[in-house]
Design a protein around this ligand. Structure first.
Ligand code: C2G
Length: 128
């Protein structure tokens, strides 16, 4: 079994998130998604519209996703990769290079982001 992992906030879930999860799953046959906790996001001065428990439920319902775990710290990635015997770590290419330290433990893949959509853009548009 080829295990893939990715991390994200997935606030106001949109097609950019869906495309990432679809392509991540295509790289293996078991996809784990770590969804950031509200507390972890506060540390990034990031306040989500959707609370973490609901963001996790939404991601869990996506057909490409096999397991959801909480993301509670920047440091958990190496531990997660070891714990779940991860073969491939995937992130959108806005993170290109930022997680290359994981190459000692698994393959690291940065996928092109979906153009024209972002949670920030949606928030701006909703503000009217
Ligand atoms: N994404 C994408 N295309 C978009 C928007 C997002 O491919 N138009 C990807 C991002 O690159 C990321 C994933 O979807 O890989 C989740 O995006 P966010 O929820 O914005 O995740 P982020 O806040 O970047 O959290 O430890 C890493 C962090 O948890 C990443």
């Amino acid at each position: 079994m080829k295990t893939v992992i990715t991390y994200g906030t997935f606030d106001l879930f949109h097609v950019g998130h869906l495309n990432l999860l679809r392509r991540a799953k295509e790289l293996g046959d078991y996809l784990i998604v770590a969804v950031s906790s509200d507390e972890f996001n506060l540390g990034k001065n990031k306040v989500c519209k959707i609370k973490d428990t609901d963001r996790m439920k939404i991601v869990e319902a996506i057909k490409y996703v096999d397991k959801v775990i909480p993301e509670t710290s920047w440091e958990q990635k190496i531990e997660d990769v070891k714990k779940y015997n991860v073969d491939v770590f995937v992130m959108g290419d806005d993170w290109k290079g930022k997680f290359d330290f994981l190459k000692d433990y698994c393959e690291v893949v940065y996928l092109p982001r979906t153009e024209g959509i972002s949670t920030t853009q949606l928030k701006e548009e909703l503000k009217g």
